[in-house]
Design a binder for this molecule. Structure first.
Ligand SMILES: NC(=O)c1ccc[n+]([C@@H]2O[C@H](COP(=O)([O-])OP(=O)(O)OC[C@H]3O[C@@H](n4cnc5c(N)ncnc54)[C@H](OP(=O)(O)O)[C@@H]3O)[C@@H](O)[C@H]2O)c1
Length: 330
């Protein structure tokens, strides 16, 4: 059987996202086959399309997309936790920009009653990532100040809320335009800085009486990471978990920036956990799902496109106008 999927045959701009017919994925004994009902567009998909995401730069065609949600239509012989007809969210083996996808049981998560399928799809990557960087990597302590870059995006709007739930006393966001400032404030940020027009490190230092932020979430890297060190408090932790800047330039740090100040630089990638420690993800997925069910967390979805319009979805995010999550509905 043939299904519709977006295929990247050559790296490049949004126009390389081509609606194609491909074979329906065959499942292995430890996998499930999902009829996809909602697909999350992540910034990593754009980096993959550009050849700047782990393992997606060798020129071979691929289906982009990290996560999706839908209904199980087939289960492998070794699968024990799922059955046909069950609603799930998953990180599929090949990409999620498709009508159907195969996913390992370990990277598939039940969608409980009360949680709609679109929110489930939108929540998987941003929920687990934001939860992990704040609670497991930076180990946020109640009363701390958190600085969140790209605060109006998918990760940013989720991280603002999870930082508050973890007890942050002051949440500062940075964004590139005034519309995003409003959005980040609405999601709960105490102060939002337009870093294009203002010196964010100087403002963070003055808001914190010169002490700086205790936890900084940096997904931009490059110069942004280096400037962030100018406003990281003693004992502070900066988590490097993205290279959003144009060209994916790295940020640099020297040991002298860390030693006597007792400050730490920490790295994180949900993709690496998916590959090497998938068992680590279930607990975080459960925590996020519980918060969604209790309406303590909202995944902000601002735009929806059809699968065929994937290029428009990417262009929208790359235009720097997107707020919260952008979705594809197959
Ligand atoms: N390590 C992990 O496991 C992991 C998992 C998920 C996401 N991430 C990272 O987290 C970041 C946010 O991901 P997301 O999917 O939620 O995307 P997003 O925030 O919805 O969109 C990307 C954001 O990056 C900012 N940005 C900075 N420089 C940019 C540039 N040159 N071009 C376009 N945007 C730029 C934009 O905010 P402003 O316009 O306000 O600057 C934009 O909001 C990404 O860097 C992504 O790679 C990491």
């Amino acid at each position: 059987m043939k299904i519709k999927a977006i295929v990247v045959n050559e790296l490049g701009g949004p126009e390389v996202l081509t609606l194609s017919e491909v074979a329906i994925p065959a499942i292995l004994p430890h996998q499930v086959l999902i009829r996809i009902q909602a697909i999350s567009v992540n910034f990593a998909d754009i980096k993959a399309r550009q050849g700047q995401y782990h393992g997606k730069g060798d020129g071979s065609p691929f289906v982009p997309g990290l996560d999706c949600a839908g209904e199980i239509i087939k289960v492998g012989a070794q699968v024990t936790r799922f059955k046909i007809g069950q609603r799930v969210m998953a990180f599929p083996k090949a990409g999620s920009y498709a009508e159907y996808a195969a996913a390992d049981e370990q990277l598939t998560f039940a969608v409980p009653e009360g949680l709609d399928i679109e929110t489930a799809a939108a929540s998987l990557t941003v929920g687990i990532t934001a939860y992990n960087v704040l609670n497991r990597v930076a180990r946020l302590v109640p009363g701390e100040t958190v600085l969140i870059h790209a605060a109006a995006g998918g990760i940013g709007t989720t991280a603002i809320q999870l930082a508050r739930l973890a007890g942050a006393s002051r949440i500062i966001g940075t964004v590139s335009n005034d519309e995003k400032m409003e959005a980040a404030k609405k999601m709960g940020a105490d102060h939002v800085i337009n870093y294009v027009t203002e010196d964010f490190a100087g403002i963070v230092n003055s808001l914190t009486d010169g002490e700086g932020a205790d936890v900084i979430l940096d997904t931009v890297a490059g110069e942004n990471f280096e400037k962030s060190l100018d406003c990281l408090a003693h004992f502070g932790r900066i988590v490097a978990f993205g290279h959003g800047n144009t060209g994916s330039l790295p940020g640099k740090v020297t040991t002298a920036d860390l030693h006597s100040s007792c400050r730490s630089v920490l790295g994180y990638s949900t993709g690496t956990y998916r590959k090497l420690r998938p068992d680590f993800l279930q607990e975080s997925a459960d925590k996020v799902t519980d918060l969604l069910l209790q309406s303590k967390l909202e995944i902000l979805i601002s735009k929806r496109y059809s699968l065929a319009e994937a290029a428009h979805a990417h262009s929208h995010i790359e235009s720097r106008k997107s707020i919260g999550k952008v979705m594809l509905i197959p």
